[in-house]
Design a protein around this ligand. Structure first.
Ligand SMILES: NC(=[NH2+])NCCC[C@H](N)C(=O)O
Ligand SMILES: [Mn+2]
Ligand SMILES: [Mn+2]
Length: 323
């Protein structure tokens, strides 16, 4: 293994990487997803990035639980569960991501549940607008679309809503929890691409259709193969747009990643997941990666395997190659 030979197009220093460990589980109801960053790090991920892939890692050495930000009371708001906690954490995370991204560093965020993407993507979206005057594209790899609005969600879990807030399909009134999210922190629904979908709520299907959002479901992966799907996904984005990759481990089939809160059968193989990450890396446009929803406390016998799958995805996105 050696440092990647792909020249990054939108980063300042080839090998500078900002790492943020987010031990937050408040976007859904199952405890344990907050332990994922430590499990990923303990299994050697950071050392591999440093020693094998030669990244210069900027890491504060903490797993952020944001305990100091937790509200005393957090009643439901528009059917959302723990809205103030998720809002406070994502607002703070957005600033952390922005600080790294505006220095021109790659930003790697280890979650945590997928609600944290409200923080990560808003942070890179703002930084890329300010630093390069560009809008970012988002590749969302997931069994789920996570594009429920508070009103279409059955569960009220905010990890099923981040894309609605990030695209502005959902907004909050002034003084409401998500009022902090500003226009320059949002992304365009036209620059969003999904891969791996297979469990979409009825309201979400309507949203995807009505807004013409580009989505490659498992049906498309079966029909075309992952190679063709990646060509189409990256073709849609084009070669001059910074890419934020948000990877939910439940995109993988539970055979490879059983330890996750909302597992759905019929998913990607581990190789297909790695291949997606490799292809996005090869574009040279990748500026940030989220790895979310690993929950080592679920399906405990499969936890080590799930963590290993997560590490593998991260390494591939950061330029590790088979040969
Ligand atoms: N990030 C995730 N794993 N999201 C699962 C979302 C499941 C369901 N669509 C919901 O809104 O609750
Ligand atoms: Mn999911
Ligand atoms: Mn998700």
């Amino acid at each position: 293994m050696d440092a990647s030979t792909i020249q990054p197009k939108f980063l300042k220093n080839h090998n500078d990487l900002g790492l943020i460990a987010v031990g937050f589980s408040g976007g859904q109801c199952k405890p344990g997803v907050d332990a994922a960053p430590m499990a990923l790090i303990e299994s050697g991920l950071v050392d591999q990035l440093k020693d094998d892939l030669k990244y210069n890692i900027h890491y504060d050495g903490q797993v952020h639980a944001y305990a100091e930000l937790m509200p005393k009371e957090d009643p439901d708001h528009r059917n959302m569960k723990k809205p103030r906690a998720v809002s406070a954490v994502t607002q703070q995370l957005s600033k952390q991501v922005y600080e790294h991204a505006k220095e021109g560093r790659f930003v790697l965020t280890l979650g945590g549940d997928h609600s944290i993407a409200i923080g990560t993507i808003s942070g890179t979206a703002k930084a890329m607008r300010e630093r390069l005057g560009r809008e970012i594209a988002v590749i969302w790899v997931d069994a789920h679309a996570d594009i429920n609005t508070p009103e279409t969600s059955d569960s009220g879990n905010i990890h099923g809503m981040p894309v609605a807030f990030l695209t502005g399909l959902a907004t909050d009134k002034p003084d409401a929890p998500f009022a902090w999210l500003e226009e320059n922190q949002r992304i365009s629904a036209k620059k969003l691409v999904y891969i791996g979908l297979r469990d979409i709520d009825r309201g979400e299907k309507k949203i995807l259709r009505e807004h013409g959002i580009k989505a490659f479901s498992m049906h498309d992966v079966d029909r075309h193969g992952i190679g063709k799907v990646m060509d189409m996904a990256l073709g849609w984005i084009g070669s001059d747009t910074p890419i934020h990759l948000s990877f939910d481990i439940d995109a993988l089939d539970p055979m490879w990643a059983p330890s996750t809160g909302t597992a759905v059968r019929g998913g990607l193989t581990l190789r297909e997941g790695d291949f997606i990450a490799e292809c996005v890396h090869e574009t040279g446009s990748l500026i940030a990666l989220d790895l979310v929803e690993v929950n080592p406390s679920l399906e405990a016998h499969g936890a080590a395997e799930t963590v290993r799958a997560g590490c593998s995805i991260v390494r591939c996105a950061l330029g590790d190659t088979l040969l």
